[in-house]
Design a protein around this ligand. Structure first.
Ligand code: C2E
Ligand code: CA
Ligand code: CA
Ligand code: CA
Length: 280
């Protein structure tokens, strides 16, 4: 690259080596992490903006307390787990632990709300995914009405027919399907038409700055109309400020998720939220 000195290259090289080393170690440690209970779940409430800010559902998000790096974010380790082919095991772990938690809440008399679970595309595409999915729900006596799955558009590439079939089965059995991160991929309208999904989640990148960027307001308006016209619920994710919320309140949005209302919560905090359906 023009304009870079030898020192710059040395710097990049060093940075690269450090990040490669870190990735290498993270990949190595995933196995140990799973076997040693270093993973846990947090839960982020979603709020219905019309109904006096009542909590209507929540998303399960995985966390990793790494012995050396402390908190490693899923944004970092999930792609590495996918590379390694370990995402299936991690996905199984997530589903099982969500179901175990639902059962515990139910046993303790909590009035439940639907929880959404992120599914990696490769996890979804495993041949025995559906069987495993049902057997876990069955094992913990979880009513499918309490589970939503979040998938991304990458799932449809090359697998449209198959994915369509599986989603149909899941829907027929009472699982709600959300399309995550909408507005970041290539957002094909053809998929939306064919797939009959339940929920459309507008990606944070389209929400942040929406109060001062008219182009983002226009895109959000269009996406909301699109989702609504197809009978979907629309969720805005990553809402951080009052200004963003005020804009979104003028749209026909069903649920809002973001730091403005709540960060992802530990189990104890989420339990409190389930009691009142309100945020403290
Ligand atoms: P995602 O599914 O789009 O999840 C939303 C992410 O945005 C979460 O990050 C959440 O903590 C964060 N977030 C929520 N509200 C705000 C906000 O107002 N501002 C900002 N800046 N961020 C906000 P997190 O938990 O770090 O997860 C990152 C990604 O990792 C997720 O993005 C998802 O793609 C993946 N992930 C997390 N948990 C799982 C899991 O159990 N399985 C799989 N396959 N992927 C997961
Ligand atoms: Ca998600
Ligand atoms: Ca998302
Ligand atoms: Ca995202």
């Amino acid at each position: 690259v023009k304009g870079l000195s030898k020192n710059d290259y040395r710097f990049f090289d060093r940075e690269m080596r450090i990040s490669n080393q870190r990735a290498f170690q993270i990949k190595n440690d995933l196995r140990i992490g799973l076997d040693n209970n270093q993973f846990y779940l947090v839960y982020q409430p979603k709020v219905s903006p019309g109904k006096k800010d009542i909590v209507t559902s929540y998303e399960a998000l995985i966390r990793w307390q790494h012995p050396e790096f402390q908190e490693v974010s899923p944004g970092e380790f999930i792609p590495l787990a996918e590379e390694l082919g370990m995402i299936n095991e991690i996905g199984d772990w997530v589903l099982e632990n969500v179901c175990r938690q639902l059962k515990a809440w139910k046993t303790n008399g909590y009035d439940l709300l639907p929880v959404s679970i992120n599914l990696s595309s490769s996890q979804f595409l495993q041949a025995d995914f559906v069987d495993k999915f049902w057997s876990v729900l069955h094992a913990y006596q979880v009513d499918p009405a309490w589970i939503q799955i979040e998938i991304t558009e990458s799932l449809f590439i090359d697998n449209e027919k198959y994915v369509q079939q599986i989603l149909k089965i899941m829907k027929e059995n009472g699982i709600k399907i959300a399309l995550d991160d909408f507005g970041t991929g290539y957002s094909s309208l053809a998929y939306l038409q064919k797939l009959d999904l339940d929920i459309l989640k507008i990606d944070r990148s389209l929400i942040s700055g929406i109060s001062h960027l008219s182009i983002k307001r226009k895109i959000a308006t269009t996406i909301v109309q699109l989702g609504k016209s197809m009978g979907m619920k629309v969720v805005a994710e990553g809402v951080e400020t009052k200004e963003e919320l005020d804009i979104l309140r003028n749209h026909d949005i069903d649920e809002i998720q973001g730091y403005y209302y709540s960060k992802p919560l530990a189990i104890q905090e989420m339990s409190e939220v389930l009691k009142t359906k309100k945020l403290g």
